[in-house]
Design a binder for this molecule. Structure first.
Ligand code: DHE
Length: 550
C-alpha cells in the first residue's frame, strides 16, 4: 500500500509540530513518510499503530524516555533484535543502516493519527469483477476441493495450486502484503485479506480461478472468515480490522459491505478506554450462526451472532489482554486462543458463551496459529501450541466430560532441541502420524532452517528434517548484497493427510520453493519450484480450511 493513501492530512500536519516540540529529533516530510511506511510494514503489527504496545512493548515517546532509550540504544535493538522475538531487522538486511537510523528517530516522535473509514469509503472501492450469474454453474475442474491457496506475501498475490497434480492453476492479485485466506463453508470461494484491508474472493470452480469481487474495508487488517452455519452457507464474510479497529460484514458472493461495528472499547480488567482495540483471530462456529472474535487490546472474545446481520447480538466474554491467534478444540465447542504477551491460553466455551479457563501456557509467548488437535490414547483430546519466545511445545486437555482430570491443564510439555523459541506454527492432521513445527524466527541459522517432527501418539519430539541448502539460497539485491531466506514457515496438509506442505520464506527478489513431505516416511516427495512463487508463506487447503482440520 502506498503511504499517501494511508497517512491522513492530520498526520502530515503533525510533522511540523513534532519538529518544534522536540528539538533534538527532526524529520523532513519525505523522511516522515518513508518512516511511517516502514513502521506500518514492519512494526505496527506488534507495537500497534498508535504505538501503545501489544505483542511488542509500547513505543510512545514518553515510554521510551521513561526507559532512558536514546537513538543509539534504539538503533541497536532495531538492528540486532531481541531474544523476546523482535526480529533483527538491520542485521537480516531487511532494512538498511540509514533506515535503522531513521526508525530510531521516528519512534521518538508522536505517532501520526491514522485515518477513519466510512461505509461510503468502502463502497467506493467495491468491485464485482464477475457477476454471480456469469460464474460457473458447476466445478470446471475435478480436484478443486484439494486446491491450496498459497500466500505470496511480499508481491501481494495468491497462487492456487492443485494438491493432486501440483500444477499452479492461477496466480491472482490480492491486497498489499497479503496475510491469510479462508474458505467459505462450501469450499467454493476462497476469501483473502491483505494487510491494507483489501478483501477479495476467488472462485475455485473456475478452470482458471480468478478474483470475482474485491473491496477495501479498512487500512490495516489481518483476519477474514465466513458464515459456516448450515443455514448461512456462503452467505456472509467478515473482516477483522486492525485500523480502524472494527468488524466489517460483507455479502459473501459479491463482498457488498453490510455492517461496520467498532471495537474501540474498554480493557476488560482495568477499564481503560482503548481506541486501538484491534481485531485479531476470527473463527466461525459450525454449530451456531456465530463468529468468535478476538479483540486484542481489550482482552475480550466477542461472540458475534450474525443471524440478524444488520442488528447483531454480541456477547463480550472477558478473557485476557492481547489476544492473538487460536483455533477450535477437537469437538469445535471450545475456542483455544493465545493472549500471547501474557503467556496465557484462554479457553472459551462457545456453547455456554463463557470463559472456561485462563491457562498459563508454561512457555514464553504462545503462538498457535490454529494450533493442533490430537485424540490421544492416554490423555484424551488435547490441543497443542508452540511459543515464539521459548522452545516449549505444550498440549492441553480439552475434554472435561470424559477426561475431567486432564481438562484445561498442560498434560504434556516438551522442548524443541537447541536454545530459544522462534516457532510460529504447529500443524497436524488426523491421518498423519506426525505433527510438524517450524521455527523461522529463531536467531540461530541452523535451528531456523529445520522442520521439527513430533510423534502424535507419544507427543514426543522425534526428529528434525534439515532443509537442503540448495533450497535456501539467498536473494541478491541490485548492488550485490545477499538477503537470506528465513527457512521453512507454516504447514498445511493435503485433504487426506498423506502429504504436508511447507514453504521457504524467502525474499521477493527471488522465487522460493514449496516443499512437500510424505507424512508416513517423512521423505521429501516433491518440490514446487516456479518463478512466480515469491515469498510463499501461509498455505490453506480447501478441505482442511472448510472443515477446520488441524
Ligand atoms: Fe500472522 C494468522 C496477526 C505476522 C502468517 N496472524 C494470524 C492471525 C493474526 C495474525 C491475528 C489470526 C488470524 C485468524 O485466524 O483469523 N501476523 C499477525 C500480526 O499482527 C503479525 C505478528 C505482525 C504483522 O505486522 O502482521 C503477523 N503472520 C505474520 C507473518 O509475518 C507471517 C509469518 C507471514 C505472512 O505471510 O505474513 C504470518 N499469520 C500468518 C498465517 C496465519 C496467521 C499463515 C494463519 C495460520 C493458520 O494456519 O491458520
Amino acid at each position: 500500500m502506498k503511504l499517501s493513501r494511508f497517512l491522513s492530512v492530520a498526520a502530515i500536519a503533525c510533522i511540523g509540530f513534532v519538529g518544534t516540540a522536540q528539538a533534538e529529533v527532526k524529520l523532513s516530510v519525505a523522511e516522515m513518510e518513508h518512516a511511517t511506511q516502514i513502521y506500518f510494514d514492519r512494526c505496527a503489527g506488534c507495537h500497534g499503530m498508535l504505538r501503545k504496545g501489544a505483542l511488542g512493548p509500547a513505543l510512545t515517546p514518553e515510554k521510551l524516555k521513561e526507559k532512558g532509550y536514546d537513538s543509539a540504544s534504539l538503533k541497536h535493538i532495531i538492528h540486532e533484535g531481541t531474544p523476546g522475538g523482535m526480529p533483527e531487522w538491520g542485521k537480516s538486511g531487511e532494512i538498511t543502516a540509514a533506515e535503522t537510523d531513521l526508525m530510531a528517530k521516528y519512534i521518538q516522535l508522536p505517532a501520526p493519527q491514522p485515518p477513519e473509514k466510512s461505509l461510503k469509503d468502502m463502497k467506493d472501492t467495491h468491485k464485482v469483477l464477475i457477476p454471480v450469474k456469469d460464474r460457473p454453474k458447476a466445478p470446471e475442474m475435478k480436484n478443486w476441493k484439494d486446491y491450496f491457496a498459497v500466500i505470496l506475501r511480499d508481491v501481494g498475490q495468491i497462487a492456487i495450486i492443485d494438491g493432486v497434480t501440483k500444477d499452479i492453476m492461477s496466480v491472482v492479485p490480492s491486497g498489499y502484503a497479503t496475510h491469510i485466506t479462508r474458505t467459505g463453508a462450501s469450499g467454493r470461494y476462497m476469501y483473502v485479506i491483505g494487510r491494507d484491508g483489501k478483501a477479495s474472493v476467488i472462485d475455485l470452480w473456475m478452470k482458471e480461478p480468478k478474483n470475482v469481487a474485491e473491496i477495501r474495508v479498512c487500512n490495516d487488517a489481518r483476519a477474514i472468515d465466513t458464515s459456516k452455519h448450515k443455514d448461512f452457507l456462503d452467505k456472509y464474510a467478515v473482516v477483522g480490522c486492525y485500523w480502524p479497529p472494527s468488524i466489517v460484514t460483507l455479502e459473501a458472493e459479491t463482498l457488498e459491505p453490510l455492517k461496520i461495528v467498532s471495537t474501540a472499547s474498554y480493557t476488560w480488567d482495568t477499564g481503560e478506554y482503548t481506541r486501538e482495540a484491534r481485531v485479531a483471530a476470527i473463527i466461525a462456529s459450525h454449530d451456531k450462526p456465530e463468529w468468535v472474535i478476538n479483540i486484542k487490546e481489550t482482552g475480550q472474545v466477542w461472540l458475534y451472532d450474525y443471524s440478524n446481520i444488520m442488528n447483531p447480538k454480541i456477547t463480550m466474554v472477558n478473557a485476557e489482554r492481547f489476544l492473538h491467534d487460536g483455533g477450535w478444540d477437537l469437538s469445535k465447542r471450545y475456542f483455544m486462543t493465545a493472549a500471547n504477551s501474557r503467556h496465557i491460553i484462554s479457553v472459551i466455551d462457545t456453547k455456554e458463551g463463557k470463559l472456561v479457563a485462563n491457562i498459563p501456557s508454561q512457555g514464553n509467548i504462545p503462538h498457535p496459529g490454529r494450533g493442533v488437535n490430537v485424540d490421544h490414547p492416554k490423555f484424551g483430546p488435547v490441543w497443542g501450541t508452540g511459543h515464539i519466545g521459548s522452545a516449549d511445545i505444550v498440549f492441553i486437555g480439552t475434554d472435561p466430560k470424559n477426561h475431567p482430570k486432564n481438562a484445561w491443564k498442560v498434560v504434556k510439555k516438551i522442548k524443541l532441541p537447541g536454545d530459544g523459541g522462534g516457532n510460529l506454527f504447529i500443524k497436524g492432521h488426523p491421518n498423519s502420524k506426525y505433527i510438524f513445527v517450524d521455527r523461522p524466527v529463531n536467531p540461530d541459522r541452523e535451528l531456523q532452517t529445520q522442520i521439527y517432527v513430533i510423534d502424535r501418539d507419544t507427543l514426543e519430539f522425534v526428529k528434525t528434517i534439515k532443509i537442503d541448502p540448495k533450497y535456501l539460497e539467498p536473494a541478491k539485491t541490485a548492488d550485490g548484497k545477499e538477503i537470506q531466506a528465513r527457512g521453512p514457515v507454516h504447514f498445511e496438509f493435503n485433504a487426506d493427510g498423506s502429504e504436508v506442505w511447507t514453504s521457504i520464506w524467502g525474499n521477493k527478489l527471488k522465487a522460493s520453493p514449496i516443499l512437500i513431505y510424505d507424512t508416513k516416511t517423512l521423505e521429501l516427495k516433491k518440490v514446487i519450484n516456479d518463478e512466480r512463487l515469491k515469498t510463499p508463506t501461509g498455505k490453506f487447503n480447501v478441505t482442511n480450511t472448510m472443515t477446520d482440520t488441524y
